[in-house]
Design a protein around this ligand. Structure first.
Ligand code: HEM
Length: 338
């Protein structure tokens, strides 16, 4: 917050939310921030490129005898490079953690995994490839999703000034001039929770959730063979008029007197998926999102640069596993006097 107060009033929110999510995840996963190091920035680029590659159409997967096309169009080469670069960063990171002295703090995800690797704690064993896969999972699944969601929420708030005002009134009434926000404060912010649920409905950061059929099944009359990849369209479900009144309108009020939540039990609202593969970072992400939004709305007023109106906001999307804004999101932060 202090950095935000000191910086120029026009803020690149896309960049700010990416480094913020990355910092928080790195601190819990590795015990320190990495975005400011060259290696950390490179790893983030590698993860983004890896996510983009996942959404590329790979003809060889559908017609195996045409898989040579993936060599010609460079898809195989790019995939190899991403895997090698990611591995190099993780090797260095693991070496850095292995050489820690007994006095250094080891209260982070990677050190816990390395303890299990060394000592087979509680009969659980893991190898180095498993450790690397888990780290990549947390990094890849946690950073872009959280920052994309924060971008979309601020986009909708700037497009709907009345909703922004109502939310700021709630946050400011609960906090008054308090600077540090507690879990109890957040629990009382019902409108904030409604805005978050509505953004997840209207603009889920992961619109398509892939699943592979484990066995032959019949769903709604369709035969689905074992091994078929099925895409669950969380975005279309969230905007289905069968389940939602005025689905194309951003209306957080719809959640104020409703028990519908996104924890995987209400199938019309599944931004984190559902079932045994539901996002394991759901509570981590929700706590982070609530805290960030409450803080920036409490301490700053927000406008678009050059007096632009909300309806002029560019909402072009960037294709990927996580859908985020294509162009950097610039907004003016006006600090409040307490
Ligand atoms: C707004 C933020 C987030 C959204 C919208 C989101 C969404 C999702 C979705 C839709 C899935 C697939 C679930 C399924 O297949 O049913 C998933 C998986 C996953 N997420 Fe998240 N996620 C978010 C934040 C996080 C965070 C912060 C972390 C970690 C700190 C995380 C870690 C993971 C992991 C490891 C998986 C893979 C789980 C598996 O394959 O079993 N996510 N997430």
């Amino acid at each position: 917050m202090n950095k935000l107060k000191e910086s120029s009033p026009v803020i690149n929110l896309s960049l700010m939310f990416t480094s913020l999510s990355n910092d928080v995840i790195c601190r819990s996963a590795f015990g320190r921030k990495y975005i400011e190091t060259e290696a950390g920035k490179k790893f983030l680029r590698v993860i983004s490129e890896g996510q983009e590659l996942l959404t590329n159409f790979s003809i060889g997967e559908f017609i195996p005898w045409l898989s040579w096309i993936n060599i010609l169009n460079g898809l195989n080469y790019r995939t190899d490079m991403v895997l090698k670069q990611g591995d190099k960063f993780l090797d260095e990171l693991i070496q850095e953690h292995l050489s820690k002295t007994s006095h250094e703090s080891k209260e982070n995800f990677l050190d816990i995994l390395l303890n299990i690797y060394n000592d087979n704690i509680a009969g659980v064993s893991i190898d180095m490839d498993g450790i690397k896969a888990l780290i990549k999972d947390v990094f890849g699944a946690g950073t872009e999703t959280t920052s994309a969601f924060l971008e979309w929420t601020m986009t909708e708030l700037l497009r709907h000034p009345t909703i922004m005002k109502k939310l700021q009134s709630e946050v400011r009434e609960i906090l008054h001039d308090k600077q540090d926000i507690t879990f109890d404060d957040l629990e009382r912010m019902h409108y904030l929770k409604a805005v978050i649920k509505e953004t997840f409905r209207y603009q889920p950061p992961v619109p398509l959730i892939p699943r592979e059929a484990g066995r032959d099944v019949k769903i709604m009359g369709y035969d689905i063979a074992a091994g078929t990849i099925v895409m669950i369209n969380a975005l279309a479900i969230g905007r289905d008029p069968l389940f939602w009144d005025e689905p194309e309108n951003f209306k957080p009020e719809r959640f104020l007197n409703s028990s519908i939540d996104f924890k995987g039990l209400h199938f019309q609202h599944i931004p984190f998926g559902s079932g045994r593969r539901i996002c394991p970072g759901i509570d981590f992400a929700t706590a982070l999102i609530e805290l960030v939004l409450a803080n920036i709305l409490h301490k700053f007023d927000w406008e678009l640069p050059g007096g632009a109106k909300g309806e002029d906001l560019d909402t072009t999307e960037l294709r990927g596993l996580t859908v985020r804004r294509k162009n950097p999101f610039l907004a003016v932060a006006i600090p409040r006097d307490f």
